[in-house]
Design a protein around this ligand. Structure first.
Ligand code: SAH
Length: 228
């Protein structure tokens, strides 16, 4: 685990480290593979760090792709990070990216668990989930619900990027799971031309991202007497 003195000193320094990571080589449209760009990733990660949701915490990156969110959490001193990704090609790039950051950061192999899994199959608990799930545009809409549902079941705090059209859907799933949204922020995903149907070389997609928190912590649930 990174000690306090090793951590990036600013959001900008974190962004520079994240910009060294590789993105998808041949992104798969059916899995909606778009990496979060370093600027937005650093913004979300730095905010989460300032809220005390990263340092010395267990973090899960659902749909980790090439790993920018989970690796950012490692750089900011998470004590354990689970990276859950269904696609083996993405996992191979993720492995390379881990090696890139290991050159300049003190990350032990026991701090990282790489899981080549469907998110619905992940079993475990965490303090914090970070995710940029498939928006449910190309893939089946249920995939998006599955990600949000899983995040709520395994953690107390969720940071998530999503398309504006999903705002109501997210609010519903979160409140059904006993979560409340603490804030919603606007962000921009800088997308490089990846798929044949993209007309421009690069373009920006306006997105939203949130921090949502469980209203009652898991500890409180388990501390309640069984007969209540
Ligand atoms: N978190 C990364 C990648 C976001 S793209 C980033 O922020 O850059 C969404 C990722 O979810 C893709 O890598 C895709 O392969 C993965 N994914 C899609 N469906 C999945 C599923 N059912 N289980 C696990 N991962 C999935």
């Amino acid at each position: 685990m990174q000690t306090l003195k090793d951590l990036p000193k600013s959001k900008r320094q974190l962004e520079i480290l994240l910009s060294k990571l590789e993105g998808f080589k041949n992104p798969k449209i059916n899995l909606e593979q778009y990496e979060t760009d370093p600027n937005l990733a650093a913004e979300i990660l730095w905010t989460a760090y300032m809220y005390g949701d990263i340092y010395n915490k267990v973090v899960v990156d659902l749909g980790a792709g090439t790993g920018i969110l989970g690796i950012g959490a490692l750089l900011l001193g998470a004590k354990k990070v689970y990276l859950v990704e269904i696609d083996e090609d993405a996992i191979n790039i993720l492995r390379k990216n881990l090696n890139i950051v290991r050159r300049s950061a003190s990350i032990n192999s026991k701090d990282v668990v790489l899981l080549n899994l469907d998110v619905t199959k992940f079993e475990g608990v965490a303090n914090t989930v970070l995710m940029n799930p498939p928006f449910g545009v190309q893939s089946k809409v249920t995939i998006f619900d599955n990600f949000v549902d899983k995040a709520c079941r395994i953690s107390d705090v969720v940071y998530m990027i999503f398309d504006k059209t999903k705002k109501n859907r997210i609010s519903t799933i979160l409140s059904e799971n006993g979560f409340e949204i603490n804030f919603i922020k606007r962000g921009r995903l800088l997308l490089k031309k990846k798929y044949w149907f993209h007309e421009k070389n690069n373009y920006c997609l306006d997105v939203l991202w949130i921090r949502a928190k469980r209203k009652l912590s898991m500890f409180y649930y388990t501390a309640l007497p069984k007969n209540r």
